[in-house]
Design a protein around this ligand. Structure first.
Ligand SMILES: [Zn+2]
Length: 212
């Protein structure tokens, strides 16, 4: 497993090529005490209030000078019909021939302008693989990165964000916008393994893996 020299602390860290949000953003917004009665969450699917439907998917970003693409493991909000259809054909050979269908990102990614609600097209893949998401808003940085790719420098910066949190800006007037949330706790996770509790707290939005 590749390691990199961290530009923040000078230590060697493991380079991760995927970070995964374990739940949709909308799930995190439900008070913890209500989640059991309002939401049904599984490894790959989530239903909230019997009318909001979510699937796991991947935004894959080519890494021009890297060994593999970088992947954001996200959730996508989809309509009830495509959701039911996805469940029906979950184990069906050839399901990747399904036409792409629209959805909206249900994950807030760090270090981008807001990503929750971004319109995407959901591309079904062969059995056992999460769908790939194509970001519709062509000028959003996530769409630009997905289309044009990034370099290992950007992958390292994302990794450093997950280890150390956002870069502290020198004293400036406080921004009018929402502050960037603190770094989410992370932990290595095999894509197929059951979710584990984070070693740095239970409120994290992401886990990291070596890919899918
Ligand atoms: Zn470091």
């Amino acid at each position: 497993m590749a390691r990199y020299r961290c530009h923040r602390c000078g230590e060697l860290h493991q380079m991760m090529f995927a970070f995964h949000a374990p739940t949709p953003e909308q799930y995190l917004r439900i008070p913890e005490s209500d989640r059991a009665k309002r939401a049904v969450l599984s490894e790959e699917t989530c239903e909230i209030d019997g009318k909001n439907y979510f699937l796991r998917g991947l935004v894959q970003i080519p890494v021009k000078d890297g060994p593999e693409p970088f992947q954001w493991g996200v959730w996508v909000s989809v309509g009830e019909l495509p959701y039911r259809r996805a469940l029906d054909i979950w184990l069906e050979e050839g399901r990747e021939k399904e036409p792409a269908y629209p959805g909206a990102l249900a994950t807030e990614l760090p270090d981008y302008p807001p990503t929750t609600g971004l319109k995407v097209m959901v591309h079904t893949r062969p059995v056992g693989q999460r769908p790939l998401l194509e970001v519709a808003a062509a000028d959003h940085p996530l769409a630009v990165e997905r289309r044009d790719g990034v370099t290992m420098t950007r992958v390292r910066e994302i990794n450093e964000f997950f280890v150390h949190g956002p870069i502290e800006k020198p004293a400036e007037p406080p921004p009018a916008a929402e502050p960037i949330p603190p770094a989410a706790p992370i932990e290595p996770q095999a894509t197929k393994s059951p979710l584990k509790k984070s070693s740095r707290g239970a409120s994290g939005r992401y886990r990291r893996t070596m890919g899918h």
